[in-house]
Design a binder for this molecule. Structure first.
Ligand code: TXA
Ligand code: MG
Length: 323
């Protein structure tokens, strides 16, 4: 089993030593838990791909303390990227920038660009400070499955990795992955929706394009099916939800429901999501994992009625989870 270590000076020191020795370390960020290796350590990066079962052409996000540390992995910082960092770092914003020559290609899925983000979670920041190097970390789930928002989720996903250190920073405050903006194009392109909104980006960067469909293999966050429970899953409008639950149950199937409002019919397992957007995002992956663990034949998820702000990112994750 992995080793869940409580957040403290000693566990951060131990985790930093493990990273310097080329061992993977899972750690809390404000978005989701990451599975990290030093960005410049090619062998350790390859272990991360192997542990996740992630295709080698899917690039990783390098986590950094600040712009000076980011400069060790991304060479060219123009006024746009500096402005975005000044306004939105540390926080759940990932910027795609040109890759510095020192970074192994393997850390970026073979691309000449690198995704960089400065997390705001104090545990992630202490770890970055202790390692004094960028840490590449994809979400700490098996490739294609539901991201982890607690240390227990990570331990559950890697039962066969004895001694894997999981630094426990509590439940993730944001709960869905960072917004990804590509600053290598003439106009900024949003590649993944997250809690940093399009409006916030436009305020800082001016007009942006949004291209999240982008089915290129090199974008795991944009694979059509992703963030998925193992159980067959359906995303349904409120109007179709109860009928579907009744139909599935009368066909003899056990149904787990993930809902935003009170159900008028029985289901075999029910998880309620908060009706407020930020709280819903924070609870989302734990709800999907609970529904998946309920040993049902089908998961039926209520589609949120709203699509503004954080709801757009929630809708995006739910659509991919059920694709
Ligand atoms: O919130 C987050 O970003 C979390 C935490 C741990 O920081 N990390 C995360 O990593 O979500 P991952 O590997 O699950 O997702 C990486 C995303 C993918 O959508 C990938 O396509 C994009 O970042 N990405 C990374 N490098 C890229 C690059 N060079 N060009 C285009 N997209 C890139
Ligand atoms: Mg991921």
């Amino acid at each position: 089993m992995p080793r869940i270590l409580p957040y403290g000076d000693e566990s951060v020191r131990e985790a930093a030593a493990a990273l310097r020795a080329g061992e993977p370390v899972a750690f809390a960020t404000e978005t989701v838990y990451g599975l990290g290796a030093r960005t410049l350590d090619e062998a350790a990066i390859e272990r991360i791909y192997a542990l996740k079962g992630r295709p080698s052409d899917n690039p990783l996000i390098a986590h950094v303390l600040d712009v000076p540390q980011a400069r060790t992995v991304s060479g060219r910082w123009d006024r746009r990227s500096l402005r975005a960092a000044a306004a939105l770092w540390p926080g759940p914003l990932t910027m795609i920038l040109p890759r510095a020559a020192a970074v192994p290609r393997a850390a970026c899925g073979g691309l000449d660009t690198i995704a960089v983000r400065s997390p705001v979670h104090p545990l992630a920041r202490c770890l970055l400070y202790a390692v004094n190097d960028a840490i590449s970390a994809p979400s700490a789930n098996r490739s294609g499955e539901v991201s982890p928002t607690s240390a227990e989720h990570v331990a559950h996903d890697y039962p066969e990795v004895p001694g894997l250190i999981v630094l426990d920073g509590g439940p993730c405050r944001v709960g869905i992955e960072s917004t990804v903006v590509d600053l290598c194009e003439s106009k900024p392109v949003v590649r993944r929706l997250g809690s940093v909104s399009i409006e916030q980006l436009v305020n800082v960067l001016g007009p942006v394009e949004v291209d999240i469909a982008h089915a290129q293999g090199a974008s795991p966050g944009s694979a059509r099916r992703h963030y998925s429970p193992r159980t067959r899953s359906l995303l349904l409008d409120r109007a179709a939800l109860e009928e579907s639950i009744s139909r599935e149950r009368s066909a003899g199937y056990r149904v787990a429901a993930v809902v935003l409002s009170r159900l008028g019919v029985d289901a075999d397992h029910v998880t309620a999501l908060p009706a407020e957007g930020d709280a819903c995002a924070a609870a989302l992956y734990d709800a999907l994992r609970r529904a998946d663990a309920a040993s049902c034949d089908v998961i039926v998820i209520e589609r949120p009625a709203r699509t503004d702000g954080i709801w757009a990112a929630i809708q995006d994750r739910l659509e991919r989870a059920t694709a």
